[in-house]
Design a protein around this ligand. Structure first.
Ligand code: PLP
Length: 405
């Protein structure tokens, strides 16, 4: 195997060995479901057989299960520029959007507009629509083009709710700039970091973000359906109220009082009993980030995606770049548009190059510097080019849409 020149000085090269990557697979879908870190099964086995199996209910105290949402939250917090004690891992991203959006709206009772953009992930918009109907207070969900968010910020806006990295194109919003503009108009800012956490350096406290949410199963490698995370800025933590008041957010859950009194801090945004098995996977998976500098991840991510774009554009003139050309304006993914993109992605998967497809015509490729090399990326582009040149995608079996795309 010849080393790609750019792989020679790769400070993250050794990390690949920490992941279980199936033989013959080039995995360009870590933005959708991260790869299994090799040590996670042993850790899970221990949690199941020793902690659950042997220590049973004592484990809530003896193995600190009860603090796992906060312990995982602090590990994620380090990767997204959040102060200690500002992040909890809990629930799904969709549920966390519901909680922070409701909490934010109740901090701006005189305003009625929720501002978002059409690059947002649909679940965030659906949650806003459901909340709007539930609250029945005349809120308006205003959805503009990403480049029009700034102009749409005015004194009617209660909350600006955006996803930092567009799930289709990878376009990155200027978090600090837009948060400042929102604050100038008296609005609060919620950021969805689903495609940011573990992918690019994020500085929530530096940007002055009020709330943030994100996924545990994408770049953080927590496993399918891993708990999500939720951030509340320190200065808001004593003010916010969760719309899902549950006993885990109570000041004294085991006092079993009949009245709800929120605990101090971000933990008031938790609801019910934490999912210990999946939180344990996520906690263990985060070990691989412990000695990693997000700036090194970013540098390699840009390099991988630049090489991929160059190689694809050189060999596949029929594809159109669906991502910003400026790497500083992109997250850690690259999209190409092609009418038969679904079939091409299926043909790629059949040959071991796993990316995904987003309707209507987007072939999406995620770059995860912890377990991809430049050689992987060059090889993937060559296979893509060959599939297109020979039209190997043009077969009925690649055109039947599965339930999950
Ligand atoms: C993946 C993703 C989600 C998914 O939410 P779940 O509740 O975990 O299904 C939400 N928002 C964004 C921006 C995403 O990319």
């Amino acid at each position: 195997m010849t080393l790609h020149p750019l792989d020679q000085n790769d400070v993250l090269a050794a990390k690949k060995a920490a992941f279980q990557i199936p033989e013959g697979v080039i995995y360009l879908d870590g933005n959708s479901l991260g790869v299994l870190p090799k040590h996670v099964p042993d850790r899970l086995q221990e949690v199941v057989t020793r902690e659950w199996g042997t220590s049973l209910i004592k484990s809530w105290n003896d193995h600190s299960w009860i603090d796992l949402p906060q312990r995982v939250g602090d590990r994620i917090g380090r990767l997204i520029g959040a102060d200690k004690g500002s992040v909890v891992a809990c629930d799904s991203t969709s549920v966390n959007v519901f909680k922070v959006l409701a909490a934010a709206l109740s901090l701006r009772p005189d305003r009625k507009v929720i501002l978002s953009d059409n690059g947002n992930f649909p679940t965030d918009l659906y949650v806003a629509q459901g909340l709007q109907a539930l609250l029945d207070k005349g809120h308006e969900l205003k959805i503009v083009a990403p480049e029009d968010v700034e102009a749409a910020l005015n004194e009617d806006v209660a909350v600006m709710m955006l996803t930092q990295v567009d799930y289709r194109s990878g376009r990155v919003h200027d978090m600090a700039g837009l948060t400042q503009l929102a604050h100038d108009k008296g609005a609060l800012a919620i950021w969805d970091l689903a495609h940011s956490a573990g992918a690019i350096p994020v500085n929530l406290s530096g940007a002055g973000a009020d709330f943030a949410v994100g996924c545990g199963y994408k770049y953080l490698n927590g496993g399918p359906g891993a708990p999500a995370f939720l951030y509340v800025a320190p200065h808001l933590q004593e003010e916010v109220a969760s719309p899902l008041a549950g006993w885990m957010g109570h000041e004294a859950p085991f006092a079993f009082d009949l009245d709800y009194r929120p605990v101090t801090g971000v933990s008031r945004m938790t609801v019910g009993t934490p999912a210990i098995l999946s939180l344990s996977s996520l906690h263990a998976a985060l070990d691989v980030f412990e000695d990693v500098d997000m700036n090194d991840i970013r540098q390699k991510s840009v390099s991988l995606s630049e090489v991929f774009i160059q190689e694809v554009e050189r060999q596949c003139p029929q594809l159109e770049l669906g991502s910003p050309r400026d790497p500083q304006a992109r997250g850690s993914q690259v999209s190409f548009r092609f009418d038969d993109g679904y079939a091409v992605v299926q043909a790629l998967i059949a040959e071991g190059v796993i990316g995904d497809f987003r309707a209507p015509d987007i072939m999406r490729f995620g770059f995860t510097p912890l377990y991809l090399s430049h050689k992987d990326v060059v090889d993937a582009a060559a296979i893509l080019a060959d599939i297109l040149a020979t039209r190997r995608w043009d077969k009925p079996e690649f055109k039947t849409r599965a339930k999950v795309t």
